[in-house]
Design a protein around this ligand. Structure first.
Ligand code: FAD
Ligand code: FES
Length: 349
């Protein structure tokens, strides 16, 4: 029988109101929130994928993507882990306001950063810093819960011992699973003799990863950390198809072209037109035009800002989540697409 149509299985989660059924403070500035549906629903996702949340703050809706940190083996709920960003709107709102019993809106699970079938056989290197630990934690939790034999080398960087998200669980995993190796790098390792003191560097990576060519790499962290590891990987000519990364913060688009040619953007179905100046992204112009468009990551990662280019030339800096068919149909990610002529776009509402 087709599992998807099994009469005993609850239907797949399609997005909507989700209730926070548990909150667990992980560190002084991060917490995990477990979300579930009041209606029977099954969360089906791959370890490493994310969910887009919508929250209303002062009468305005905001969307943000959060990786699911729980293992997909539990299909009745998902857990996200949020770290406070200084001055950040949604992370502060969630950490200051979201408690068990409250509701928020969550979309369907999505994302291209997950363990490939080939990678599940290992060996695996999971590199993360700060809140970047969440998607790789989901991968490690899932593989270990399945009793997979793949070796996992989990290399995590944090500011100090108090900043290590999932600290106790990671230490317990290291004791329990012989195939799980943990290396913790602390900017401030005062009083922590069994941690690496200071930043992860290319030289330290060389020392830790003597058999890197045979490993599958999964990387998530802040932009300078990721740039350092990516250039280390490239310089050693390691296999490109074994390297996977996720950006939480917007990756720089090719620089805006101040004084670039002015084009016109027409928004089909809304009877609106607007000028595109200085090489603005389609998203910048659409938002300024006041049309409803979800942009959860603004980083060309989540796919939430998809729109259809009906006419005109565009340059796409990211095509993440878009299939060949999507591209042939003219779909583009508004946050990472710039016009190269006057264009007409249609929103996919
Ligand atoms: C696919 C994906 C998965 C994500 N998963 C997680 C997760 O598991 N846990 C988590 O805590 N966050 C995660 N994020 C980041 C999250 O979506 C928000 O960007 C983050 O919570 C900040 O939102 P904010 O509204 O608080 O800040 P904003 O008000 O949007 O931004 C405030 C300022 O902070 C900067 N900024 C934005 N995000 C970050 C960041 N992550 N680190 C440092 N500076 C930042 C902005 O450039 C801006 O200057 C993920 C992002 C993506 C794209
Ligand atoms: S907002 Fe996420 S891809 Fe554009």
């Amino acid at each position: 029988m087709n599992m998807l149509s099994h009469p005993m299985l609850p239907p797949l989660w399609q997005g909507g109101a989700a209730r926070c059924i548990a909150r667990h403070d992980e560190t002084h500035d991060s917490a995990s929130f477990t979300l579930a549906s009041d209606m029977p629903a099954r969360f089906d996702y791959k370890p490493g994928q994310f969910v887009t949340l919508a929250v209303e703050i002062d009468g305005q809706r905001h969307h943000r993507a959060y990786s699911i940190s729980s293992s997909p083996l539990n299909t009745g709920s998902i857990t996200i882990t949020v770290k406070r960003v200084a001055g950040g709107l949604v992370s502060n709102f969630l950490l200051d306001n979201l408690h068990a019993g409250q509701y928020l809106e969550a979309g369907v699970t999505a994302g291209e950063f997950y363990l490939s079938e080939e990678a599940c056989a290992g060996p695996l290197v999971m590199l993360s810093a700060g809140s970047g630990v969440t998607p790789v934690m989901a991968m490690a939790r899932w593989l270990l819960a399945l009793d997979a034999e793949a070796s996992i080398h989990f290399i995590l960087s944090a500011r100090s011992e108090q900043d290590i998200i999932f600290r106790d669980e990671l230490l317990a995993m290291q004791v329990r699973y012989p195939n799980f190796r943990l290396d913790l790098f602390l900017d401030n390792a005062e009083g922590q003799a069994d941690r690496h003191a200071g930043f992860l560097t290319p030289e330290r990576l060389d020392g830790l990863l003597t058999d890197a060519a045979s490993c599958h790499f999964y990387l998530c962290g802040n932009p300078p950390y990721m740039a350092m590891i990516e250039s280390w990987y490239r310089e050693r000519a390691l296999p490109a198809d074994r390297f996977h990364k996720e950006n939480f913060t917007p990756e720089a688009l090719p620089a805006a072209e101040v004084g670039a040619q002015v084009f016109e953007l027409a928004i089909a179905g809304f009877g609106k037109t607007a000028a595109i100046v200085d090489g603005q992204t389609l998203l910048e112009v659409l938002e300024a035009s006041g049309v409803p468009l979800i942009a959860a990551c603004r980083a060309g990662v989540c796919g939430s800002c998809k729109c259809k280019v009906i006419s005109g030339q565009v340059e796409r800096a990211s095509t993440a989540t878009l299939t060949e068919d999507d591209l042939s149909a003219g779909l583009a990610l508004a946050c990472s697409t710039r016009a190269r002529s006057c264009v007409t776009v249609e929103l996919l509402l």
